[in-house]
Design a protein around this ligand. Structure first.
Ligand code: CTP
Length: 397
């Protein structure tokens, strides 16, 4: 995903510097050309050798270091100017202050100044240092200058305090990098609404009716759209997946919650994709207390939920594109095409539960894209690849 991209990691002095070895390694495996520069204090937490072994590139921590193969381009300038993206992580209060003040007195603060590429700053420090108004003011200043600030995570900090100040996981940092540089931004300026996952309909405080949806297809769509520069809102039923970087997530539980969130957000969006497995029926009554068993059988009376796709399709605006999903166990194409008309969609993504490699829980899918013009069969691919194919098709439409 990062072939041909030059990514510069700027590591400053904080205990979370150890996480940057994983970041460097993941980026290298994604085929980026990874460079690292460090402050002298960062070297107290992790060695330059760790990074040079992982990246196969020389690591710099001294402004006067030369590149023995190239005496023309001095590293304290060329590292920043050659980069497609810079990540400063962990960004200590000190380096944030220097960058905000335009000071260049160590390798990290110096390489950032001449850079022309996107620069991400991942603050990591003690919670009270992070909340300090001077640090916050410096971060605001960097944001106004066009730096992107990655919010620290909250949790137990190495200094013994609990609070905000943790460096996000290496995977989350890599997601932020991918968001900036991995794809062509052909969805820039487009607002995209996706729903995902199952809904849960309560019978009593203990039991509920749900389905096997894992949310993976909808999350892959949200991720692909964000990577391609779209402004993405994800309405999610209960799933155990991380929110893709750059995506606004609204959590819902029931079909009615999902109906309300989708109908409220739909009018503002250009592309609406319904990948959620919404319950078609919900209990007429939900008991306040746990239902105790009796000797005989029991029946649960169910009523129909709203069909969200049909509702949104009925008030479709001229320039909106609405895409539904269809999961069938028989007569896949015939049944799915009926949904294209009855729900007023531009496309139905049909997937069969009976085909190996497609359906719930798995990371792959086999989809047929059904439009008024005809059917396009996609082969077995990852859900992220399938999501990208779906967006390619939407853009062609
Ligand atoms: N859908 C919806 N609201 C519902 C049920 C389904 O918006 N109450 C959407 C799904 O998110 C999907 C599409 O409608 O995009 C088709 O869903 P599917 O379950 O395959 O079909 P149904 O319309 O529910 O019809 P059936 O269950 O009879 O196959």
């Amino acid at each position: 995903m990062l072939k041909g991209k030059n990514i510069l990691l700027c590591v400053s002095g904080g205990i979370a510097a150890y996480k940057m070895a994983d970041v460097a390694s993941i980026l290298y495996k994604l085929e980026a050309d990874v460079h690292v520069c460090m402050t002298k204090n960062a070297e107290k937490f992790i060695t330059a050798e760790t990074f040079s072994v992982l990246t196969k590139n020389k690591v710099y921590s001294d402004v006067f270091d030369e590149n023995p193969d190239d005496y023309v381009n001095v590293p304290h300038i060329s590292l920043g100017t050659n980069a497609d993206l810079i990540l400063v992580a962990p960004a200590s209060a000190d380096i944030i202050g220097k960058l905000a003040g335009g000071i260049a007195d160590d390798m990290v603060s110096t390489v950032v100044l001449p850079a022309r590429c996107p620069i991400l700053i991942a603050p990591s420090m003690n919670v009270y240092m992070y909340e300090n108004r001077i640090v916050q003011d410096n971060l605001k200043k960097l944001k106004n200058f066009g730096f992107k600030i990655i919010e620290p995570a909250t949790g137990h900090l190495a200094c013994g305090y609990d609070g905000k100040g943790k460096l996000p996981s290496p995977e989350a940092l890599v997601e932020e990098i991918l968001l900036e540089v991995s794809s062509e931004k052909d969805l820039a300026g487009k607002k995209i609404l996706v729903n995902a996952g199952p809904t849960c309909e309560s019978i009593d405080p203990v039991r509920f009716i749900t389905n096997h949806s894992s949310g993976k297809m909808g999350y892959a769509l949200a991720k692909a759209a964000a990577l391609r520069g779209g402004e993405v809102t994800l309405v999610s039923g209960p799933v155990s997946l991380d929110t893709p970087a750059g995506v606004r997530r609204i959590d819902v539980v029931t079909a009615q919650d999902m109906y309300e969130a989708m109908t409220e957000n739909a009018p503002d969006n250009d592309i609406i994709i319904m990948a959620a497995a919404v319950a078609d029926y919900t209990p007429v009554n939900t008991a306040d207390q746990k239902i105790k068993k009796s000797d005989g059988d029991m029946q649960i009376e169910l009523k129909r939920t709203n069909d969200i796709l049909k509702t949104v399709g009925a008030s479709k605006k001229k320039n909106q594109k609405i895409i539904g999903f269809s999961m069938e166990t028989e007569n896949l194409l015939e049944n799915s095409r009926k949904k294209l008309d009855s729900k007023n969609c531009d496309m139905i993504c049909a997937n069969s539960l009976r085909t190996p490699g497609a359906g719930y829980q798995v990371d792959t899918n086999i989809i047929t894209l059904i439009t008024k013009e005809g059917n396009t069969e996609l082969p077995l691919m990852s859900k992220l690849e399938a999501a990208n194919k779906i967006f390619d098709h939407i853009l062609e439409m």
